[in-house]
Design a protein around this ligand. Sequence first.
Ligand SMILES: Cc1cc2nc3c(=O)[nH]c(=O)nc-3n(C[C@H](O)[C@H](O)[C@H](O)COP(=O)(O)O)c2cc1C
Length: 201
Amino acid sequence: MKLLHIDSSILGGYSATRQLSVAIVDRYRQKHPDLDVISLDLAANPLPHLDGEALSFLGKDLTEDAASNKDLVAGAKALSDFKEADILVLGVPMYNFGIPSQLKAWIDRIAIAGQTFRYGANGVEGLAGGKTVILAVARGGIYSEGTPQAAFEHQVTYLKAVLGFLGVTDVKVIEAEGLAVNGGNDRPRILAEAESVIAAL
Ligand SMILES: Cc1cc2nc3c(=O)[nH]c(=O)nc-3n(C[C@H](O)[C@H](O)[C@H](O)COP(=O)(O)O)c2cc1C
């Protein structure tokens, strides 16, 4: 069984999502000792923005020339790692109401017509079903349903939409929100609560 672990926080050792995503991976290792884990740190090793050249190679075998272009190779590897993974653990900070641009750059490399979705006779068809995705989510503020800020939440709603488009419907969310509320004093409690949810996975 293959698990792809992706972090995207720019906050290094202070990152809440990194703390939670590692705890989730550890939990899955306990449950599946033979787990094959691939880790990708999109802050340390960002994928470049999708550009015209990369677009023309999306999902295709790289030509000899293109195979020397490390950006194209990294994009092709991102796609194959995603396709091969049975479980994905994504560290997802909220930055400016959405996901980090580093994580969006990864999405741009995996959402590929003919590879992870296609338009069939009845509309769009996701081709990447059968995976489990666990999102380790953190936010400074509070955006839960029913709160005044709920309409600003473009982090989990976006990821669920795009993953669903690719056929991935088994998406679990571990959420630590309100980390900056009350001067950050509630942070230890909020993270401990998220970790107890992880322990019960
Ligand atoms: C650049 C930046 C933008 C942020 N934007 C938001 C935001 O729009 N809403 C919010 O509630 N918190 C925001 N925060 C707070 C983060 O969501 C919070 O620090 C969270 O812990 C980020 O996850 P991380 O610690 O894994 O990086 C922002 C933080 C940074 C660094």
